[in-house]
Design a protein around this ligand. Structure first.
Ligand SMILES: Cc1ncc(COP(=O)(O)O)c(C=O)c1O
Length: 576
């Protein structure tokens, strides 16, 4: 039976508070210091009122000064330390002291009023109880607002603003706002905090958040103070407890401009989101950091995955770090370095005589027969949440002003769907307006199911037979999230485009020579697509275009360099 929405919200917040170590510690410290407070406060008050004959209010204030003030400050300090970890946060501490003062005002007011209807000793007990409630709830609220507010409640020079340690996104508890999961096709609801694969309709599940809550809890300004990694967006991510985070250090990836090539192509601006700097050398780290963290939180023991290389490498690395077993299947011609990397990082990896969807069938069979957790693209709900951070990140890096067009090398499409989801969530929390980039799905002419479906106006993209391209990451003959990719592309006013392997090879060469940036073939496909779209007018000459370099070019075969030099012979340096 479903509870009414407000009760469900309350239940969720209480459960969340229960899991938050800081709140539990704080309640314990309040209880402990509270017992001492109550005895001393009560004793001093009764002595002052009955023995010394002080009037009601002075007796109460005296009791507070003697007993409660010191311990409130002490309590505030304990609470504050429990909540803020290793480092001193004076703003939070100030808020707690202020809430103590509010407590004594409440105490006195309740005492004065209640003593009109009941004996003074009973009124005093009521007053103590009321002041504790006010003090505790105000200090809780002060803590929540500490991160959220754009205007600090206590005036304080900016230089005193506390810088977080660079690992603190991984350790500081933050509220998370996941409400439920939803089937991307039927909209049916599924419970959060349970293990899921596809929906009953066999479609991807998407994570939903209490975006109103995020809006209240998170400000752009608070974000700027956090360490520069993927976990800074915790309120919009599914991992509830810091201890479940599995991280190899996921930095914000740079946006690299290509000014020379922009000039050569007569383009407005060409920017590259360079994902090669992530652990395991590709953007798959984003999705797998999230999927493995959630698998850890939900008690998964064995994960399995089909891969074209990069996703398997990220899975094996993160799962090994979490102590989770992994089995990985990849097409026989997957780049050698990927297979070795997957094996070295701890997975059991098999080359399979087939394509990625054939590998996917093996995973599904193993999941059914021996209980592996199927971690295939979009067959579990959290990889997309990790990929979403690419969209959150680029929006923040560009000052919350999205580019005009984003070109994304599309295989399973997680990144494209994830970025589209990120932009919707950012608008809902008031960080951006309604302006969106045109989303462009880039594929290879040897494997272009999404392009074919886009051109045909179809909702789904049937399997592409005999798929082949040097850009292994986008050799995906059929994507389970095809309708989500096509929907995002169409809603954005974008398009889908295929480029040849020759154009991809030429693009790697051109960008490396002109700008010194080594692209992976999938990233180079987006550059080739941009030049084609500039030529046919689908990208305008004034547009700011964002390309996605999803992996390091060093993982792929590079053209040979044959020159040698015999240093024992005379060298004509002018000819070198
Ligand atoms: C380098 C690279 N680019 C692009 C892709 C495609 O990503 P997506 O599955 O999000 O479409 C992959 C996937 O393996 C990849 O490894």
């Amino acid at each position: 039976m479903r509870l009414p929405a407000p009760l469900e919200h309350l239940q969720r917040r209480l459960a969340q508070a229960w899991h938050e170590r800081a709140v539990t510690l704080k309640a314990a410290s309040f209880a402990l210091v509270g017992v001492v407070n109550t005895v001393v406060d009560y004793g001093v008050f009764l002595a002052g009122y009955y023995l010394v004959d002080l009037p009601l209010v002075p007796a109460n204030v005296l009791a507070w000064l003697v007993a409660v003030s010191g311990s409130y400050v002490m309590n505030c300090y304990i609470t504050f330390a429990a909540e803020s970890g290793r480092q001193l946060r004076w703003r939070a501490y100030g808020a707690f002291v202020a809430s103590g003062v509010a407590g004594v005002i409440t105490n006195t007011a309740v005492l004065v009023l209640a003593s009109r209807w009941m004996p003074v000793p009973a009124a005093k007990l009521l007053a103590i109880a009321a002041s504790f409630v006010v003090n505790f709830s105000l200090s809780q609220n002060g803590r929540a607002n500490d991160e959220a507010s754009d205007s600090p409640p206590l005036r304080r020079p900016r230089t005193m603003r506390r810088q977080m340690r660079d690992d603190e996104n991984l350790t500081a508890e933050r509220p998370t706002f996941v409400t439920h999961l939803e089937c991307s096709a039927s909209g049916a609801r599924y419970a959060a905090d349970e293990l899921h694969n596809l929906s009953r309709e066999g479609k991807p599940l998407l994570v939903h958040y209490d975006l109103g809550g995020v809006k209240k809890a998170l400000s752009k300004e608070a974000l700027t103070r956090r360490p520069r990694d993927l976990w800074r967006y915790r309120e919009l991510l599914p991992v509830r407890r810091a201890r479940d985070i599995v991280s190899l250090g996921e930095p914000l990836t740079p946006i690299v401009a290509l000014p020379r090539l922009a000039k050569t192509c007569a383009a407005g601006e060409i920017l590259v989101k360079d994902e090669s700097r992530l652990p395991t050398g590709s953007f798959k780290a984003r999705g797998l950091a999230m999927a493995v963290s959630m698998a850890k939180a939900l008690g998964v023991a064995h994960m399995a995955m089909p891969t074209n290389g990069n996703a398997g490498a990220a899975l094996s690395a993160y799962a090994s770090r979490a102590g989770i077993k992994t089995t990985v299947f990849c097409p026989a011609d997957t780049p050698e370095v990927n297979v070795r990397e997957i094996a070295l990082q701890g997975a059991t990896v098999y080359r399979v005589n087939g394509l990625i969807d054939d590998c996917g069938k093996l995973v599904a069979e193993g999941a059914a027969k021996v209980g592996w957790f199927d971690t295939s693209t979009l067959k579990e709900p959290y990889r997309i949440e990790g990929k979403k951070t690419m969209g959150l990140e680029l929006a923040e890096q560009l000052g919350w002003e999205l580019p005009d067009v984003i070109l994304y090398p599309t295989g399973g499409g997680t990144g494209l769907i994830g970025m589209w989801k990120a932009f919707a969530e950012l608008e809902a929390i008031g960080f951006i307006g309604s302006k969106r980039p045109r989303m462009v799905a880039v594929q290879a002419t040897g494997c272009a199911p999404i392009v074919r479906a886009f051109d045909a106006g179809a909702e789904h993209a049937p399997r592409w037979e005999d798929a082949h391209t040097i850009a292994a990451g986008i050799r995906v003959p059929q994507a389970i999230g095809d309708f989500l990719i096509l929907r995002a592309v169409r809603e954005s006013g974008g398009f889908a485009i295929a480029v040849t392997d020759e154009a991809i090879t030429a693009a790697i060469d051109e960008v490396a020579r002109a700008e010194g940036l080594l692209l992976c073939p999938e990233g180079a496909a987006t550059y080739a697509a941009l030049t084609a779209a500039l030529a046919d007018g689908r990208v305008g000459r004034n547009d700011r275009a964002m390309l996605c370099n999803c992996a390091t070019g060093l993982k792929y075969p590079l053209p040979a360099s044959e020159r040698t030099l015999d240093r024992s012979r005379p060298i004509d340096f002018a000819a070198l």
